[in-house]
Design a binder for this molecule. Structure first.
Ligand code: ADP
Length: 780
């Protein structure tokens, strides 16, 4: 390839006449544009360009010569392409001598242009077979194409080439019905050199990529990887869609490694089950379960076509029955010529070149993003578990946390028909949940355990669980914090061996570790919420208990008193008023009728006495009350009221202490009325302390027995104390110094205590506050 002095581009070509002509076609200015102009005035009118397809980073054109009706296929990098595209085109051109016309599209020339190379291929009007994928194929047509594709692939394999990018747009059907392969840019020579290191680049197209090509699985790719991609292609041709959908590279790899493709009959009723089985056999996760060569696929397809043409059915057929053409497994040589690329583009048509680290990084980035964006812990654990499963290519995952030295299952993730389901649980692990032999081994040794092929594992292979669930690959990782196992992550895959490898457990540990931390945070958060809810319940209960108590107080003392006073005193008052009015009239006469007036006044005195008697009677009523009295421990009453007032005490930042007697002596009293007294004294004390600005707010309640005769209860505060001028009015009804006070509290307390045979006193407290003390006689 050389540049001509005039800046024109000249092509490498092979010596056939049409190809010589090609070199002249492209003997044109270097600024190659996507139109005919670029090819100089002599070609401007004569070349017709047609964009055939965009395949990821490659753009395919058809160039036709208007007069001679000759045409070529041209492939160049699309505008978004990276530097690797040039390498791929060069690589494909370098294979020109080995790509046989029977099965491959022939590269004719490689041209350099300022924006990168152009690969010119022969074009006999072949059509890339991606178009049929837009509508599912009829069985007959499918079988024809599939046979052609299998033939072409068998040809490539026979010539020692692994294609590594089999997909519909790299399969082209000529007008004569021959299917040929194109897009050899990622192919490698199976005969050359040593096997590709497992940690090397990932190449292929995500949607068609075999599990081993994804490098998630600890296996080398070989010609069976091409068969997997061929199977995906067949699937797409038949179903009109791929078996999986994914949003990015990590998810694509997960689908290939861990998700079961739905049977084709699921999408189309007219597909013979045998054909569906044939395709599923091609896309088996484990290469050993697939067809072993393109020739055996070809043979089976041939048999299918024969039966279909004869019976319109494929009844007497078992996929793999023609498996005779077993070829030795071939491994990849190195791909030094194809350097890794960092960016991943999540599209089905994209060919990806990237190290396995790229996937790791992508998973970690996703997790980091979730941790940044997700504030709900449950959601976060779900996302982390999901990422872990997808990253690992697991079908099922358990996250266990160690609590009090015992493992506890906290999250279960499982792939199913409706996608991945994550469930947060709290259950003790049993034989039916996971292989306990592995779990305990990992907890004991603090070492991760990878079972690449469970069926071949002598040590753990006979664990009941593994046998029953037909686990193929398993991984168990301890999550360690400060030398302690805080949790365990268990993963399994039943579809293929070798899914989990020691080398990507690092990221799993990170993801699962974060999930464990989130679980712990979630648990604490939950506890806090519960605690708050409980507290709220207690507060509500206290409030309603208080409301009830004050209702009782109202009804029993205030209510009774007020109603009775109103009713009983109204009568004598009315009588007094009318007698007084009558007496005034008698005295106001011209000759005052003194006798009559005296009579009225005597009545007034009587009525007044009566009113006094009524008040006395009411007082006695209040004292004796209808309340049920019993022998009770005064401390029980105190504790009850203290509990009722805890909320207020705390809110007002008051330190409340109690010193209660240990004496078993009891009082004979109404517990409701005593509660009322103590409650009143405590609330008054709180009121007094809330007014002042003293720093120390203390409320101390004591009970003691004096001389086996009396129980003495005191309520002492550190408020401003009682003004000495008010001392003797405190217990009067309606005496208050508060804006909204009623002045009845102490009066009622006083009468209740007196009714119980005791006494209520007020006195200054030791540190300037007030002390209220009441006594009650000990019950005999
Ligand atoms: P109220 O609380 O409606 O005013 P009370 O009969 O319970 O009615 O109290 C009467 C008055 O006694 C109060 O207004 C207040 O001046 C005084 N008092 C009661 N307890 C205390 C106390 N612990 N410290 C200071 N003053 C008090």
């Amino acid at each position: 390839m050389q540049r001509t002095p005039g800046g024109a581009v000249s092509g490498c070509y092979q010596g056939l006449p049409s190809r010589v002509f090609m070199s002249r076609v492209f003997n044109a200015p270097s600024a190659v544009d996507l139109n005919a102009e670029a090819f100089g005035p002599q070609w401007q009118e004569r070349l017709v360009w047609q964009l055939l397809l965009l395949d990821g980073e490659l753009a395919h054109y058809r160039i036709s010569h208007a007069e001679t009706s000759q045409q070529w296929r041209a492939v160049r990098s699309a505008s978004n392409a990276s530097g690797n595209v040039a390498r791929r085109l060069e690589h494909e051109f370098s294979l020109a001598g080995r790509l046989m016309p029977q099965w491959a599209l022939q590269p004719l020339a490689l041209l350099t242009a300022s924006e990168g190379p152009w690969l010119i291929l022969e074009d006999f009007g072949a059509q890339a077979l991606q178009e049929p994928a837009e509508a599912a194929l009829l069985v007959d047509r499918f079988l024809q194409l599939a046979i052609g594709a299998a033939d072409a692939l068998a040809g490539a394999h026979a010539h020692g080439l692994l294609h590594r990018d089999i997909k519909p747009c790299n399969l082209l059907e000529d007008a004569d019905g021959v299917v040929r392969l194109g897009g050899f840019g990622l192919s490698v020579d199976v005969r050359a050199a040593t096997a590709l290191p497992l940690a090397d680049a990932i190449c292929g197209t995500l949607a068609y990529l075999s599990p081993e090509q994804s490098r998630r699985v600890e296996r080398h790719a070989d010609q069976r990887s091409d068969l997997y991609s061929l199977g995906m292609t067949f699937y797409e041709w038949l179903a009109g869609r791929l078996p999986f959908e994914a949003r990015d590279a990590v998810e694509w790899v997960y689908c290939h490694v861990a998700r079961q493709p739905p049977a084709l009959t699921h999408f189309r009723g007219d597909i013979p089950p045998a054909l569906s089985q044939l395709v599923l056999k091609l896309i088996a996760k484990n290469p050993d379960d697939r067809y072993q060569s393109a020739l055996s696929v070809r043979a089976d397809l041939g048999e299918c076509l024969r039966q279909w043409r004869q019976f319109r059915d494929i009844a007497d057929f078992r996929p793999g029955q023609c498996e005779a053409h077993r070829q030795p497994s071939l491994s990849y040589p190195g791909t030094a010529a194809l350097p890794a690329e960092a960016g991943l583009v999540p599209r089905t048509s994209v060919t990806m070149l990237g190290g396995r680290d790229t996937l790791d990084l992508s998973s970690v980035m996703k997790a980091a993003q979730a941790m940044r964006d997700e504030s709900q812990q449950d959601r976060l654990i779900e996302i982390l578990m999901r990422n872990t499963i997808i990253h690992a290519g697991a079908q099922r995952a358990l996250l266990l946390l160690v609590k009090n030295d015992a493992p506890m299952i906290c999250a279960i993730g499982q792939g199913g028909e409706e996608g991945l389901q994550i469930e947060l649980v709290e259950q003790v692990p049993g034989r039916a949940d996971l292989p306990l032999s592995i779990l305990y081994r990992v907890m004991r040794t603090q070492q991760r355990l990878v079972l690449e092929d469970v069926s071949a594992d002598r040590y753990f292979g006979d664990d009941q669980y593994l046998e029953q669930h037909q686990v193929r690959s398993a991984l168990c990782v301890p999550l360690i914090k400060q030398g302690q196992v805080i949790g365990v992550l268990y993963l399994e895959n039943n579809l293929a061996p070798g899914v989990f490898t020691s080398c990507h457990t690092g990221v799993l540990e990170l993801l699962a570790g974060q999930a464990a931390v989130s679980l712990e945070t979630a648990r604490l958060h939950h506890q806090l919420l519960e605690e708050n809810a409980r507290r709220q319940d207690v507060e509500n209960a206290l409030r309603s208990a208080r409301a009830k108590l004050s209702q009782v107080a109202q009804a029993t003392v205030m209510g009774e008193l007020a109603a009775s006073i109103a009713h009983e005193i109204n009568q004598p008052l009315a009588s007094i008023v009318s007698n007084a009015a009558a007496s005034l009239r008698w005295l106001n006469r011209e000759t005052p009728q003194v006798e009559e007036a005296l009579h009225g006044l005597r009545d007034i005195v009587n009525d007044g006495r009566r009113a006094g008697e009524i008040v006395k009677a009411l007082q006695t009523l209040a004292r004796q009350g209808p309340h049920h009295r019993r022998r009770l421990l005064i401390n029980d009453v105190i504790r009850h009221v203290v509990a009722l007032t805890l909320v207020e005490v705390e809110q007002q930042k008051v330190l409340m202490t109690t010193h209660l007697t240990r004496s078993p002596l009891r009082v004979y009293a109404s517990s409701v009325q005593l509660q009322q007294v103590i409650l009143n004294l405590i609330l008054n004390a709180l009121d007094a302390m809330s007014a002042g600005d003293q720093v120390l707010r203390r409320l101390s309640i004591t009970s003691e027995v004096v001389g086996h005769e009396y129980l003495v209860v005191s309520v002492e505060d550190t408020g401003p104390g009682i003004d000495s001028r008010h001392m003797d009015k405190l217990f009067n009804a309606f005496f208050t110094t508060k804006d909204k006070g009623m002045g009845m509290g102490l009066a009622i307390c006083h009468s209740i205590i007196q009714a119980h045979g005791g006494n209520l006193y007020a006195m200054p407290a030791r540190y300037g506050g007030a002390t209220f003390v009441f006594t009650l006689p000990v019950a005999r």
